[in-house]
Ligand binder design. Structure first.
Ligand code: SF4
Length: 455
């Protein structure tokens, strides 16, 4: 892949507005409190899917990274997680009764910091999952880890209890950047963890990077990129720092004058994309990179990529079942979300054995638009006749308004629309969230400043 194909700085700047990341459609802003546990149970019974992906949210972190926009609880008290595990395991054992005929293809522990849990807590959790669910032979079991509080034998333990995918938060290796974001960590240890994971047979290691952080300059960021490339991991995620201090108070610690401006941020992103493509990685979707033999790269080639709350995935027709505080599920034609505050999550489980707080049941229009947005986000094209056959509509008349709002992209030669398909050009790939907004039936009534800028 040639990185030049992804860049037209003027057009990127022109369309660099706020917009959703479309890990779901409608987005979580449309979830409402008239959605109840009974709606979720009905969705399980009517969903055609029997494959399952499990997401488990571990909210605790040892310290606060100032850039963070995740749902987390910073604490110095490891014992806090004992109560949490009690409730989490209670939620799992209640919920699993509905999924006796399902096969679990994927398990992912996200956070917060899942590696906040002790080895014993993780072993217990895995034992509960293995007892209550049928796991496929080739089940993917992944975990996000924070390299600041780990020893290598923790990685061995993960492998011993079945984990085969690792995701490590690197963000940036520069000392000044790390100090500003309050995340000082050893690059040497990260390297050791990667080597150890490879040695003991983890199927895949992913490193997370962020561009747009305080004090990042092309020279400094290049050192981070060099180091990451040298580690030779299968996957890299490259996220844009979303500075939304009005929503995330810790971000107020990051002074405006420390942050790269829009043009500098664009330069950092361009540099990263160039370096990763030169190193032989394939660009997956808008913010992931994978080695050409990685399943994500192969799925992208076959136009079989999918997207859920964990990002891009190869698992089609898989319902997503979330456990833990704030966890989101996507079962059949519903999304649901657990209570976001720990006290509410505990109280709901005490009172009713479930923690569903809100959600949305998709109507037919949501399903049609959701399908089109997912095709664009994952495969950068939409086959009109596929949508017509699936939903018994005439594409051009159903999407008259959307096609009109897509016209500026067509005029700027970023998107091609003909009688058969919509095709997003490579140079518009980084604007895909913006392009999807043309098909979003809710966006006009939302305050889009609540979303991050697309770059
Ligand atoms: S970035 Fe990760 S480790 Fe840091 S505060 Fe956020 S969730 Fe916790």
């Amino acid at each position: 892949m040639n990185s030049k194909r992804f860049f037209d700085p003027q057009l990127l700047e022109k369309y660099n507005t706020n917009g959703p990341r479309y890990t779901s459609y409608p987005t979580a802003l449309s979830f409402n409190e008239s959605f109840y546990n009974d709606d979720l149970i009905k969705a399980v019974k009517t969903s055609p899917n029997t494959d399952l992906s499990l997401y488990i949210h571990i909210p605790f972190c040892h310290s606060l990274c100032y850039y963070c926009g995740c749902n987390k609880i910073v604490t110095r008290h490891p014992e806090k997680s004992d109560d949490y595990m009690f409730y989490l395991i209670g939620e799992i054992t209640q919920r699993q009764k509905l999924f006796k005929k399902h096969v679990v293809r994927q398990i992912h522990l996200g956070g917060g910091t899942p590696s906040f849990l002790s080895k014993q807590q993780l072993s217990n959790l895995m034992a509960v999952l293995k007892n209550h669910f049928v796991l496929s032979q080739d089940v993917e079991i992944g975990i996000e880890i924070d390299p600041r509080n780990l020893t290598l034998d923790y990685i061995d333990h993960l492998a011993n209890i079945g984990f085969n995918r690792l995701s490590i938060g690197v963000q940036d290796i520069d000392p000044q950047v790390q100090k500003a974001i309050n995340r000082v960590q050893s690059t040497e240890l990260i390297e050791q963890i990667v080597n150890q994971a490879n040695k003991i047979g983890f199927r895949s290691v992913n490193l997370d990077l962020i561009y747009g952080l305080p004090h990042q300059t092309p020279d400094r960021f290049e050192r981070t990129l060099d180091k990451v490339i040298q580690m030779g991991v299968q996957r890299i995620s490259l996220f844009s720092y979303a500075h939304l201090p009005e929503r995330f108070p810790a971000q107020r610690k990051l002074r405006d004058e420390w942050l790269p401006n829009a043009a500098q941020k664009l330069a950092l992103m361009k540099l990263a994309i160039e370096r990763f493509l030169d190193a032989g990685y394939m660009m997956i979707g808008m913010d992931h990179f994978a080695k050409p033999n990685d399943e994500l790269a192969l799925a992208q080639k076959r136009h079989q990529l999918h997207r859920n709350f964990q990002g891009y995935t190869t698992h089609a027709n898989c319902d997503l079942l979330g456990f833990g505080v704030s966890a989101i599920s996507n079962i059949g034609d519903c999304y649901s979300q657990n209570y976001k505050q720990l006290a509410d999550y505990y109280q709901a489980l005490n009172e009713s054995d479930n923690a569903v707080h809100k959600g949305v049941k998709l109507n037919l229009d949501d399903q049609i638009r959701g399908f089109v947005i997912s095709q664009l986000m994952c495969n950068f094209q939409v086959d009109k006749s596929q949508v017509e056959n699936l939903y018994d509509i005439n594409f051009d008349s159903y999407f008259q308004q959307s096609l009109r709002s897509l016209q500026p992209f067509v005029d700027d030669n970023l998107v091609e629309v003909d009688a058969l398909q919509i095709k997003v050009k490579n140079k518009a790939r980084l604007l895909i969230r913006n392009i999807c907004m043309s098909f979003d039936g809710y966006i006009k009534n939302q305050h889009i400043h609540r979303y991050s800028t697309v770059i």
